[in-house]
Design a protein. Sequence first.
Length: 337
Amino acid sequence: MRLSSVLAATRRNVAGGLMALGLLAVLPGPVTPAYAAEPLRIGYSDWPGWVAWQVAIEKGWLKQAGLDVTFEWFDYSASMDAFSAGKLDAVTCTNGDALVMGGNGARNVMIMLTDYSNGNDMIVGKPGVKGLAELKGKKVGLEVGLVEQLLLINGLNKIGLKETDVTFVNVKTNETPQVLASGDVSAIGAWQPIAGQAMKGAAGARPLYTSADEPGLIYDVVTVTPASLAARRADWIKFVAVWDKVVAYIQDPKTQADAVAIMAGKVGIEPATFTRFLKGTRLLTLADGRKVMADAEGFGSLYGSSRYADAFNVRYEVYKAAQDVKGYIDPALTDGK
């Protein structure tokens, strides 16, 4: 889901580089005053729901809230590596990847939702393929163990097919456009802008299934080390409270152009292009997030979605043991608690 021109690092790299322990997460005892005086260190990368924080940064809203925050820009997988190595207090990631970090030793707590993917993740069929049912007995190119495989399995199950009804060909996401154009596979799984490149390179290729078909399958969050959350809870509450101001500025017709210009400038693309990708991302207000953070089954709940992702991660040996999803979510901060 990268929006800049550097496409090799993926937003969904759940398989590699996450074995390092989150050092801050295992520090015992009280936190020293020196630690408490340090800026909150947050890693973010170029997904619309995370680039949105650039608006708060440039408008000075975090300082106005009395916060000392350092946002550090990364490629997505590198941001998770930095968090897992104890170099960050928080990172922006998917709910499934929060579990991946925790399952591999870097414990974390999701304190807020920024958005859910609303069409930017997709299964793209080669020219002539018009639906998922036509993939039975065919090859699909995607990164095995990443969220596009999760998306495809979800779509297949809806029409009565099993994952064993297709053959997965492990392909790096940034290489899927070439693979689709070659005709060696019947479909690929990718996210924007790579999915768009794949369709452009294979005239007649079309989306067969997207994240808009299953809202809540892929949630995007801010997740924090337990140590930082315990020591700086008041600051994290202030941080979460700024989010509604960000969403309002992006969605208000009077200020949207300025917001888009800020976000597009951060990732180095034209505002018109960024606007298209923004439409594939459903930003969530704190009120929206409060509803999603209610514990329930199904994709309407962060808990239900995360349990689904956890089962997928265990099945594909991204980590060994099923995770206690409740321990990964603290919904109280959206209520200022």
